[in-house]
Design a protein around this ligand. Structure first.
Ligand code: MEV
Length: 450
């Protein structure tokens, strides 16, 4: 593409090498969104219906989407469902969750309802401390280099705080310095950790800027060479915690005929499920995946970085050397089931998509969230409820029953059902306890014939 290409919405063809299809589309980034989509459509042979699908950007205006990431051609809309029944630290809350997975929102509603009579969920956080790492190599005396860096702590505090005056105004800033000598395949490295209070920001930008500012000083003081200067997503100084109590009477399974289950039996089954996860990383991974169903859904709804949260969660779960569950379950002296969750939650409410995305802001408004700390507490509560619901389903009726109703509707839709046909076909398949596309198609045919 010639250098003269400017963003515009006029139809313009992208010059591509003739002959063989090539993904090298020079100047692609400089095109307008419509032109970019046309280029992709030409490359991939998209029909006009598919192109229309991309053109509709839902509640994220296309112009804004283009400011968030590069080479935008459309948006991916995910449903937002609202979890009801939550009481977190005494506050009644409705929590928006963005997820494509059925049953996730309903699960939180059910779990939260069943602990309302014990006051809901109690949550807390450890503070908003983020870690930035600076990697120093090529030092002949790593232990001495470590001490040299530590000797400059007050200068380091000044350099870091000077990099972000607004954070200082908000009460955040540099808090501590830790330096380790790390033995690696490539020889010893000296790793500095800047510990920074990032207040209501997730803090990646703030700590990365500080690390980049500081690195040349560290190289000068030690005579070594610095490479990486980046935050750690193992945010183990930014923990969120949640705990709740479920009475056996509140968790009994009723209305399932022979499958009626008294609360104590449900409780014991859930405890056994937890013990399984605590002993077995294969199960712990799925256990934690269920927790992340809730955590990631609130993270996404509020425009936070789902990958940062997920990486931190899984690393934290493996900190002992074995991958373990993020929740714990036990029985208290009164025979109640007590669940607790502790995990890193590096979430912010200022900056990035949390600020720019209108839906993210609206989701924060629903929860009246004015601080990152409150958002962390709510998210941890949702994670705990999510785990409760999964363990309860697994220890009793299984997860498929809960999934079935919505899944059946999806399949009915896929079979071509419209309007009231969708519910009818879904109902027939649920009653038959067989949800399959061929069945949906056959039932639809019959329904229409009648
Ligand atoms: C499904 O998305 C999540 C579960 O597998 C979690 C679990 O097994 O604990 C149901």
């Amino acid at each position: 593409m010639s250098a003269g290409i400017k963003k515009s919405n006029t139809k313009r063809r992208v010059k591509k090498p003739t002959g063989k299809k090539s993904s090298r589309i020079s100047g692609f980034h400089a095109l307008g969104r419509v032109e970019r989509l046309a280029a992709v459509a030409e490359f991939a042979g998209l029909d006009s219906k598919t192109q229309k699908q991309f053109q509709s950007t839902g509640n994220l205006p296309g112009e804004l989407a283009e400011r968030l990431i590069e080479n935008v051609i459309g948006t991916m809309n995910v449903p937002i469902g609202v979890a009801t029944n939550l009481i977190v630290d005494g506050e009644e809350l409705l929590v928006p969750m963005a997820t494509e997975e059925s049953s996730v929102v309903a699960a939180v509603c059910n779990a939260a309802r069943q602990c309302r009579n014990t006051g809901g969920i109690t949550a807390s956080t450890s503070g908003a401390l983020m870690i930035a790492q600076i990697q120093l190599v090529e030092v002949s005396d790593p232990e001495a280099a470590r001490l040299k860096i530590l000797e400059h702590k007050s200068e380091i505090a000044e350099i870091c705080d000077g990099a972000d005056p607004i954070l200082i105004e908000l009460g955040g800033g540099f808090r501590d310095l830790e330096v380790r000598v790390l033995q690696t395949q490539g020889g010893p490295m000296v790793i500095s950790h800047l510990i920074v209070d990032t207040r209501d920001a997730m803090g990646a930008n703030a700590v990365n800027t500080m690390a980049e500012r500081l690195a040349p000083y560290i190289a000068r003081w030690t005579g070594g060479k610095t490479y990486l200067r980046i935050l750690s997503n193992l945010a183990d100084r930014r923990l969120a915690r949640a705990r709740a109590v479920w009475k056996p009477s509140a968790i009994a399974v009723k209305g399932l005929g022979k499958q009626n289950m008294p609360g104590k039996k449900v409780r014991d089954g859930m405890l056994a499920a937890y013990h399984f996860a605590a002993a077995d990383p294969y199960r712990a991974t799925t256990h934690n995946k269920g927790i992340m169903n809730g955590i990631s859904a609130v993270t996404l709804a509020t425009g936070n970085d789902t990958r940062a949260i997920e990486a931190g969660a899984h690393a934290f779960a493996a900190q002992s050397g074995q991958y373990t569950p993020l929740t714990r379950w036990e029985i208290d002296g009164d025979g109640n089931l007590v669940g607790s969750l502790e995990m890193p939650l590096a979430m912010g409410i200022i900056g990035g998509a949390t600020k720019a995305h209108p839906t993210a802001r609206a989701c924060l408004d629903i929860m009246d969230v004015k601080s990152a700390e409150k958002l962390q507490r709510i998210t941890a509560a949702v994670g705990l409820c999510q785990n409760f619901a999964a363990l309860k389903a697994l220890a009793t009726v299984g997860v498929q029953k809960g999934h079935m109703a919505l899944h059946a509707q999806n399949i009915a839709l896929m079979a071509g059902a419209k309007g009231t046909e969708i519910d009818r076909i879904a109902q027939i398949m649920t009653q038959k306890e067989t949800v399959r596309l061929d069945i949906a198609e056959a039932e639809l045919k019959q329904l229409r014939a009648n």
